[in-house]
Design a protein around this ligand. Structure first.
Ligand code: S3P
Length: 187
């Protein structure tokens, strides 16, 4: 028999869950959806970073370059990994630094939401908020460079092509349960 919505919310995470993938993969929306489905906390690394320093990501890039942004991103990632386990949606470039990849692999369960640069381009309406997604050719190259890095860190990979948020979130939930990362809460 299907569980009531209240019972379905009664879940807990054994470790942090890091959602990674290229810009436009839907990491933030999927994390929020799973949080609502399972009664979990979700946090977005970029949003957390923006609130912490009181600046938009695009301004950080403009003022301090990608290097400045990456340093802040690593700091925030460490901070969030130390908190109680939650769903953590990461920026698409989090896998660029090897120290981040080590943290992702050792501190939690990484879910790679796979999307092509071409598909991502159709999903991102405001490219001005993504300094590294200004033209499709460049995005394709970045995506190619990162593909093996996402593979390196991922314990779970979900292809998001032609699927809606509900379908992807349900697939992630099923995979996390199978991995023993998402469990019924004893409460
Ligand atoms: C970036 C992705 C962005 C943001 C920043 C850099 C990247 O996050 O962190 O613009 O290098 O791919 P989203 O993946 O949420 O768009």
């Amino acid at each position: 028999m299907a569980k009531s919505p209240a019972a379905q919310k009664n879940y807990a995470l054994k470790t942090p869950v890091f959602l990674v993938g290229f810009m436009g993969a839907g990491k933030t929306s999927i994390a929020r959806k799973i949080a609502r489905m399972c009664g979990l906390a979700a946090i977005d690394v970029d949003t957390y970073l923006e609130r912490r320093i009181g600046k938009r990501i695009a301004d950080v890039f403009a003022e301090s370059g990608e290097e400045g942004f990456r340093a802040l991103e690593s700091e925030v990632l460490c901070e969030l990994a130390d908190k109680d386990p939650q769903l953590i949606s990461c920026g698409g470039g989090v896998v660029m630094k090897s120290e981040n990849r080590t943290l992702l692999k050792t501190r939690g369960c990484v879910v790679h939401l796979k999307v092509s640069a071409d598909e991502a381009a159709t999903r991102i309406s405001n490219k001005a908020t993504r300094p590294l997604f200004r033209d499709l050719e460049a995005a394709r190259k970045i995506s190619e460079t990162r593909a093996p890095l996402y593979e390196e860190v991922a314990r779970i990979t979900i292809d998001t092509a032609n699927k809606n948020v509900n379908a992807i979130a349900s697939e992630v939930v099923a995979a996390l349960k199978k991995e023993g990362v998402l469990c019924q809460s004893p409460k």
